[in-house]
Design a protein around this ligand. Structure first.
Ligand code: HEC
Ligand code: HEC
Ligand code: HEC
Ligand code: HEC
Ligand code: HEC
Length: 451
């Protein structure tokens, strides 16, 4: 990184620090407990996405491959949810479904111990068109699905002058072009006020609001075209792929495309740099520093921490390999055991065998400070996520063998995966392990002379 960029990074870091100090730590309200006897809405109050497809083919085709469409198909969600159901005696059901399928929850289809196979087709479509486009208000503090819905003939959006059509009325609602409408689900606290997902507050703390950078700017990029087949040509129509880092692990429409887009996003999300001496003595200590920044070429890449969202599950780590001139490995950190797990406390085969492992994630703890794996068990959380424009450095002191000649080669990689094998095994989903891609976000190769 050049000097100039470093200065601007530290300036921004200070800015962020000042801002977070001023931030009031408000707790989002918890979703209202289920009342499946007098549900707020009926399934027939909502329209299926297929009915929007004839006039909004782009929106439909993009949305159906998105993680929003996947949210109530996701086998990991259901396995985790079933586990939580047992451990909390059904108390969690409404909590989980209010974000993953708000229609299911608001129509009373998900009382304690609900039966997945009895869900109406519309509830199985998760975060769908008619749900988002009938949100009329986002309450404060933003989070935990605290929004108001007005299902019916009027579809709300950010077009100020929508053309008339025979199927529905349209109405402008400024919230649709702002982060709050996303933050209402992308900000999760549990019963114990543990901040499980903080994407929205990370964004607020980075003061991106003042810079008019909203979630939609990056996750719903614009293109010129028609908002509806029978509508006018427009400069700004929004993509509905909602690309992030996650990909479907089971058969799903356009899964290959979603994988390709997530991989591309990850490969343009971070800056990686390495600092080390140009030469080193055989038998000596080789000092290496690896820096990861939440920026791309020194400018903003994400509007929140890297990684963000369900960061207790996500894994972003530094893999270091040092080889001698014959290609023999003389040092490694960030490697995988025979199960595919990193060799930290979660490795079943080589626990704690990689003391220098650097991984960026959230750790959830119970009241005794013991690490727990599931949301509902968390009393406290801590993390080493990288805020926007900030950077973190990992230092390695590597003992080199005495009989080295020529040069050593370094291979430093920043790697990412959405769900680790130990976590899928714990949920009885071992067969999905092979479907989780590991993406190499950045890689640096370097030769060091032996003197
Ligand atoms: C997660 C919430 C969400 C879902 C699900 C969703 N949309 Fe949208 N949609 C939005 C937001 C937000 C905007 C406005 C973005 C902006 O202005 O920044 C939008 C914009 C639109 C527009 C206006 C034109 C444009 O692209 O700006 C249409 C039409 C539309 N959506 C239709 C659909 C249809 C049809 C579906 C389902 C196939 C769907 N949406 C699913 C949130 C959603
Ligand atoms: C008969 C065709 C037709 C069908 C079916 C249809 N729409 Fe539309 N919709 C339109 C047209 C035309 C517009 C205006 C487009 C424009 O002005 O660019 C529109 C606009 C919208 C907007 C933008 C409103 C605003 O003011 O920002 C949203 C949101 C929307 N539709 C959602 C939906 C959803 C959700 C469905 C399915 C439940 C649906 N539409 C079904 C034709 C249709
Ligand atoms: C300046 C562009 C930008 C803005 C603004 C932005 N994001 Fe992101 N987002 C990214 C990038 C790049 C990634 C992939 C790297 C990462 O995980 O940080 C990402 C990843 C994500 C993920 C997946 C995180 C994970 O690791 O599982 C979610 C969820 C997400 N964003 C939601 C949001 C929401 C909600 C907002 C608004 C509050 C938002 N984003 C604002 C660029 C942006
Ligand atoms: C009704 C709740 C809800 C709303 C509103 C919502 N989301 Fe989501 N979003 C979810 C859920 C639930 C998932 C995860 C689904 C799964 O993987 O099981 C998700 C997933 C995502 C992902 C993929 C995350 C990843 O790890 O790759 C992105 C990106 C995203 N949302 C962006 C947005 C943006 C941008 C908005 C606002 C326009 C928005 N969301 C509004 C509930 C919501
Ligand atoms: C306030 C909204 C909200 C609540 C409540 C909520 N989630 Fe989520 N969940 C999300 C969002 C948003 C994402 C996407 C974030 C990301 O991808 O990083 C997500 C992601 C997930 C994922 C990761 C999906 C994947 O395929 O990688 C799982 C699993 C999950 N949630 C399970 C649950 C369970 C189980 C509960 C109840 C104990 C729950 N969630 C409660 C909003 C919520």
């Amino acid at each position: 990184m050049t000097k100039l960029k470093k200065t601007s990074v530290s300036f921004f870091a200070l800015f962020i620090l000042l801002f977070s100090a001023c931030q009031k730590n408000e707790n989002p309200k918890l979703p209202t407990p289920p009342d499946s006897n007098s549900p707020k809405f009926k399934a027939t109050d909502f329209t299926a996405p297929e009915q929007c497809a004839s006039c909004h083919p782009n929106h439909y085709n993009e949305w159906r491959s998105s993680m929003h469409a996947y949210s109530f198909v996701d086998p990991v969600f259901f396995a985790m949810h079933e586990r939580g159901q047992k451990e909390t005696n059904g108390k969690l059901d409404q909590f989980c479904t209010k974000c993953h399928s708000p229609i299911a929850s608001l129509t009373g289809e998900t009382p304690p111990f609900f039966n997945r196979s009895a869900l109406s087709p519309i509830s199985q479509q998760g975060v769908q068109c008619d749900l988002c486009h009938t949100i009329t208000k986002v309450n404060n503090p933003v989070g935990n699905a605290d929004f108001e819905l007005t299902p019916g003939n009027i579809k709300y959006g950010s077009l100020a002058n929508p053309a008339a059509n025979s199927f529905h009325q349209s109405a402008f609602n400024a919230e649709f072009d702002r982060s709050r409408i996303c933050g209402v689900c992308h900000e999760v606290k549990n019963d114990f006020s543990a901040a499980l997902e903080e994407t929205y507050s990370e964004w607020t703390r980075a003061s991106l609001a003042g810079m008019s950078f909203d979630c939609q700017d990056c996750h719903m990029p614009i293109y010129a075209g028609q908002a509806a087949t029978n509508g006018p040509q427009r400069d700004k129509v929004h993509r509905h792929y909602f690309v992030g880092v996650d990909v479907p692990l089971v058969d799903f429409p356009d899964a290959a495309l979603q994988r390709q887009m997530a991989e591309k996003l990850l490969k343009t999300s971070a800056d990686l740099s390495v600092s080390s001496p140009d030469s080193v003595a055989a038998g000596g200590i080789f000092k290496l520093s690896v820096t990861v920044a939440n920026s791309r070429n020194g400018v903003f890449s994400a509007g929140h921490s890297l990684p963000s969202g369900v960061t207790a599950e996500r894994q972003m780590w530094i893999a270091v390999i040092v080889r001698d001139q014959n290609g023999r490995m003389i040092y490694q950190s960030g490697g995988l055991d025979a199960n595919g797990d990193l060799m930290d406390q979660h490795s079943a085969l080589n626990p704690n065998a990689d003391p220098n492992l650097t991984i960026f994630r959230q750790i959830m703890r119970d009241e005794n400070g013991k690490e727990v794996l599931f949301f509902w068990q968390a009393k406290a959380v801590e993390n080493n996520l990288i805020p926007p424009l900030a950077e973190r450095t990992a230092n390695y002191q590597i003992q080199l063998p005495p009989n080295l000649a020529g040069e050593i080669s370094l291979e430093i990689t920043l790697r990412f995966r959405t769900l680790p094998p130990y976590f899928l095994r714990e949920l009885g989903l071992s067969d999905l392990v092979a479907n989780v891609p590991i993406v190499d976000m950045e890689k640096i190769l370097k030769q060091i002379k032996i003197n």
